[in-house]
Design a protein around this ligand. Structure first.
Ligand code: MN
Length: 204
């Protein structure tokens, strides 16, 4: 039996991230944008039902194994699904501070938490067009790195394990912040679920 990809449950209510992320933005971002990527991914895979047996991480981890005629659709819609799944997963209504093993690793690889936050925010403001900024673990060196991707591309496709992400498509912030991306980025830091980032880091 074919198991289609599904929108993951949102781990909080639409209005739970107020005032940093408004309810309407979360509702549309999750229910329309993310759902749209899931639907388009399933539609593309229907031509090759065997591929439903692969996880989204597996599909994106080696796009060369995806048939050429649906590769772009899987890259865009599959990436959109995976990227948004992580984006929701690492948000929390309760303000958390970065601590434990992930804080130690950030200090080791960036010098200090403040320096990491500055580099991550700077890259988020500098990103041109639609895309994401990520904290990733390099699969070979096991070091933390900040990576940027355009459109719906994911670090999974270049041998990196993402553990934190900010969505910088305008749909992520336009209703509340309009063109003020810097305010959105600053607000977003209040929402990071560091306990979940630590869990993802420990598994990497
Ligand atoms: Mn988005």
């Amino acid at each position: 039996m074919i198991k289609k990809h599904q929108l993951p449950d949102l781990p909080f209510a639409f209005d739970a991230l107020e005032p940093y992320m408004d309810a309407k933005t979360v509702e549309i971002h999750y229910g329309k944008h993310h759902q749209g990527y899931v639907d388009k991914l399933n539609l593309a895979l229907e031509k090759y039902p065997k591929l439903f047996e692969k996880s989204i991480d597996e599909l994106l981890g080696d796009l060369s194994k995806v048939p050429e005629d649906i590769r772009t659709a899987v890259r865009n819609a599959g990436g959109g699904h995976a990227n948004h799944s992580l984006f929701w997963e690492i948000l929390s209504p309760e303000k958390q501070s970065c601590s434990g093993k992930i804080l130690s690793a950030i200090k080791k690889d960036f010098g200090s938490f403040e320096e990491f936050k500055k580099q991550f925010s700077d890259k988020s403001l500098a990103l041109f067009g639609s895309g994401y900024v990520w904290l990733v673990v390099d699969n070979k060196t096991k070091k933390l790195e900040i990576t940027c991707t355009g459109n719906q591309d994911t670090p999974l496709s270049i041998g990196k394990k993402p553990i934190l992400v900010i969505d910088l498509w305008e749909h992520a912030y336009y209703l509340k912040y309009q063109n003020r991306r810097a305010e959105f980025v600053e607000a977003w830091w209040n929402l990071v679920n560091w306990a979940q980032v630590e869990r993802l880091f420990s598994k990497s």
